[in-house]
Design a protein around this ligand. Structure first.
Ligand code: 6CS
Length: 315
């Protein structure tokens, strides 16, 4: 059969490279072919999710930033400073997390989705027009966030005026001044040329961009065991590949940006400067629990245990 797979980025970006690897593995090990639809070819993130839920698409890659509007518990990835910056710990977490492997699949299943894997895309940093050294510098800044309520909560706590927008509107909104800031992983600030429409990059270590690959559940449940094995193996291969790929990519992003725009200001805030941002973690976590109740709290507790285990395993 021909299976259709849509994702939220360009073919050459992290989600595109993951999808390409997945496709190669499926096609090398089965009679099936995969047709890939990069960002823009079938609409915004919300559109491709609808298409996957309705079965027009067999596979979709969507970040919790958008899935959080559908599965409130997925917003846990926007509790600031929950995920570590240490690369080895982070990779160990994504490889073995019980929250991801054993708890999230049931929540995705309720939405007609078979969760295949979650993986990291790199450290998230802000880009703005003016320097950001403290939450006070974000006062009055209309800051674009992905469309989920907890991210709105989080950027309010950072002092900004959060403005949820689909990705396709971000560049133009920065250009025309409707918004004055946005956040994304390092590589994406480079590949999407955010430096053309903002002047300052600020890293406060508050998050790593998480994304997820999934299948339409009815489609998946109807597959033979052999096909399910092919999909599981292709997922593992793409996951393994992307861990190293995205890590390497993130290391050169700022050099590329400075080469394209030498006057770009890049500020990595110090531990002391990060303190007031870190202080928002408690209240945002409380807002998350209020939004998601016992299921959300159980996931948060498990994630913290997984993160602890990952830290111990990589020491
Ligand atoms: O900010 C966004 O909306 C986008 N960011 C990334 C890194 N991937 C896709 C997503 O749509």
């Amino acid at each position: 059969d021909t299976w259709r797979y849509a994702h939220e980025e360009a073919a050459s970006e992290v989600q595109g490279v993951f999808a390409q690897k997945f496709k190669e593995e499926i096609e090398a090990n089965s009679e099936h072919t995969l047709q890939l639809f990069p960002f823009g070819t079938l609409g915004e993130s919300a559109d491709i999710m609808e298409q996957a839920q309705s079965g027009i698409l067999q596979f979709v890659n969507q970040s919790p930033g958008f899935t959080g509007a559908l599965i409130p518990e997925a917003q846990v990835f926007f509790v600031p400073y929950l995920l570590p910056q240490d690369e080895a710990t982070l990779q160990e977490f994504f490889t073995n997390s019980k929250a991801i492997k054993e708890m999230f699949p049931a929540l995705y299943a309720e939405q007609g989705l078979e969760l295949l894997t979650m993986y990291p895309e790199g450290e998230v940093c802000m880009t703005t027009q003016e320097p950001v050294k403290s939450p006070a510098d974000l006062a009055g800044v209309k800051f674009r966030v992905m469309t989920n309520p907890l991210l709105v909560e989080s950027y309010s706590a950072f002092g900004a005026t959060p403005t949820p927008l689909p990705w396709g509107e971000v560049y133009g909104a920065l250009q025309t001044g409707i918004i004055q800031g946005q956040e994304n992983p390092r590589f994406y600030l480079d590949s999407t040329k955010m430096y053309e429409v903002t002047d300052v990059i600020t890293c406060i270590g508050h998050n790593n961009f998480t994304t997820a690959a999934m299948a339409n559940k009815d489609f998946y449940d109807g597959l033979s065991d052999a096909d399910k094995t092919v999909i599981a193996n292709a997922t593992d291969a793409a996951f393994e590949y992307i861990l190293g790929y995205q890590s390497e990519l993130g290391k050169t992003s700022f050099d590329n940006i400075l080469a394209a725009k030498p006057e770009m200001e890049i500020n990595i805030l110090s531990e002391a400067e990060r303190e007031p941002f870190k202080a928002t973690a408690g209240p945002v976590e409380a807002a998350y629990i209020e939004m998601t109740g016992d299921t959300g709290e159980a996931i948060l507790t498990q994630m913290k245990a997984d993160l602890k285990a990952a830290e111990v395993a990589t020491q």
